[in-house]
Design a binder for this molecule. Structure first.
Ligand code: NAD
Length: 497
């Protein structure tokens, strides 16, 4: 019998009473793995109200206890690492190795959350005036909401709820309806780690559920990761309702190849960075900008891409898996066709890709274009498929100018052996994450995950370092201490002289 994915409300895994269910499918076979509900409005309301009630006591819980919950959770996630990766691989189609990376990057954020006491320290200045001290404290916000995309069903929910909860908030997660099984397993393990009821709720569904959370009077902070169109809607609606919103959106990431780069390094990195995960990464390299003589390497790059073979999650030889659903495949195939029709040279064509034993998979083979102009849809749009565009320019200045004109600003990289070129690039490029001889520069959580222009909406870039700022309010206290003040605390009575 097909599994019906439950909701998580108040510590209970409950069946939704909705009549609307969506299939969760294995993208390599179309086998239906489960049915996921579109939660009813009453269920969404209940999730928020239970989270609101739990907040009252959780915000008063000692910071050490909050950190210890994260320590137990981190240990459990590590113990279940491979099991999580296997589940994740089946519902996303990712290769096992790639799925393990997805889980691991999430665990790193939980490790970061274990350090919540140090991360949430305020500041103090004594004697801002005679006998007047000034200090700040951080306090949680309330019920925080997370809305996550399909492409990292472990890492991205883990960017959000552990940091929010460690800060003293409670949380309602609306995971992608396309792969909700991994987030549910993350929630089971969180409960097993000892999370009190009501800290984390999970509601499933699509835009109606999201809109209800976005406009609810008791959800002060919204974190979103997904496409630009939805990110813009989330940011507009959330801020219209006077909420704190961070929306991480789409990308078109460029890699600059300088003629003084190590050719072998470029060629060995570019294949994984562009077609790895089927190009379904917000940090995938989708445009390689060959500067000057490096254009001579384009054919070799194509040959490297041609060697990458898609396959099922448990095929150790597979370079990447199928696209998430048949519509995503159709969209990528349409864009490839548009590129050809617009006159670009398709020097490697993966549109007819088939994988033996998996006739129904959403396969697209590695694809590469050259002679692309910037007005073509394959350059304008985020393709989110295994498609690499090669552009050619004469100078580094030209490369920087074209990247800075691009509407997206998520990630970029430069391959060069010149310190001067690398320094100029990191200084002048208007993009959030910059790699120098590193193809996919995803920072660790002690830094922030950033994004410029259309790749990020909001005034915080919170997954790591800044997450505490997003998930807390700062209160600044200015205190005048008189000669004979008595300061009382739970364990002390101090006579100030
Ligand atoms: P998506 O925007 O379709 O969906 C994201 C979430 O929004 C899902 O939970 C979905 O149910 C919900 N949603 C979808 N349509 C909605 C609507 N009309 N109103 C309200 N909510 C809606 O994104 P996706 O296809 O799941 O993920 C891929 C996208 O995410 C890509 O564009 C990728 O670049 C982006 N992404 C960005 C980052 C980043 O850090 N910048 C990271 C990962 C993915």
């Amino acid at each position: 019998m097909t599994q019906h994915v439950p909701l998580l409300i108040g510590g209970e895994f409950v069946q939704s009473e909705t009549s609307q269910w969506l299939p969760v499918t294995n993208p390599a076979t179309q086998e239906v793995l489960a049915q996921v509900p579109c939660a009813t409005s009453a269920e969404v309301d209940r999730a928020v109200s239970v989270a609101q009630q739990a907040f009252d006591s959780w915000k008063e819980t000692a910071v050490g206890d909050r950190a210890r919950l994260m320590l137990r959770y981190q240990a459990l996630l590590k113990e279940h690492h491979d099991e999580l990766a296997e589940l994740l691989a089946q519902e996303t189609g990712k290769t096992f190795e790639d799925a393990k990376g997805d889980v691991w990057r999430g665990i790193e954020v939980v490790e970061h959350a274990c350090n919540i006491a140090s991360l949430s320290m305020g500041e103090t200045v004594e004697n801002v005036a005679r006998k007047i001290d000034c200090y700040s404290v951080t306090q949680p916000l309330g019920v925080c909401v997370g809305i996550t995309p399909f492409n990292f069903p472990a890492m991205i929910p883990l960017w959000m709820f552990p940091m929010a909860i460690a800060c003293g908030n409670t949380f309602v997660l609306k995971p992608s309806e396309q792969d909700p099984l991994t987030p549910m397993r993350l929630a089971e393990l969180f409960k097993e780690a000892g999370a009190p009821d009501g800290l984390l709720q999970i509601v499933h569904g699509t835009k109606d559920v999201v809109n209800q959370l976005l406009t609810h009077k008791d959800t002060p902070a919204i974190s979103f990761v997904g496409s630009v169109a939805v990110g813009e809607h989330i940011y507009r609606t959330g801020t219209d309702h006077m909420k704190r919103v961070q929306a991480f959106a789409g990308a078109k990431n460029h890699m600059v190849v300088m003629p003084d780069a190590s050719k072998n390094q470029v060629i060995s990195n570019i294949a994984g960075a562009s077609v790895g995960a089927g190009g379904q990464r917000c940090m995938a390299i989708s445009v390689a900008v060959f500067v000057g003589e490096s254009r001579q390497w384009i054919e070799e790059v194509r040959d490297a891409l041609a060697k990458v073979r898609p396959g099922a999650w448990n095929d150790p030889q597979a370079g990447y898996g199928p696209l998430i659903n048949p519509q995503a495949r159709e969209r990528v195939l349409r864009l490839i066709q548009e590129g050809k029709d617009a006159g670009a040279d398709c020097i490697l064509d993966g549109s007819e890709c088939a994988v033996e034993g998996y006739p129904d998979g959403n396969w697209v083979g590695p694809t590469m274009f050259r002679n692309v102009t910037r007005d073509m849809s394959i350059y304008q749009e985020e393709i989110f498929g295994p498609v690499l565009i090669a552009l050619e320019v004469d100078t580094l200045d030209e490369a920087i100018a074209l990247i800075n004109e691009n509407p997206y600003g998520n990630g970029t990289s430069i391959f060069t052996s010149s310190g001067a070129a690398a320094r100029k690039y990191q200084h002048e490029i208007k993009v959030g994450q910059v790699g120098i001889n590193v193809p996919v520069p995803v920072p660790l959580p002690m830094f922030s995950f950033t994004g410029w222009r259309k790749s990020f909406y909001g005034d915080q870039h919170a997954y790591g370092k800044q997450a505490v700022k997003f998930y807390t309010e700062t209160k600044t206290v200015t205190a005048r201490w008189f000669e004979d003040d008595i300061v009382s605390g739970p364990n002390m009575t101090i006579q100030l002289k």
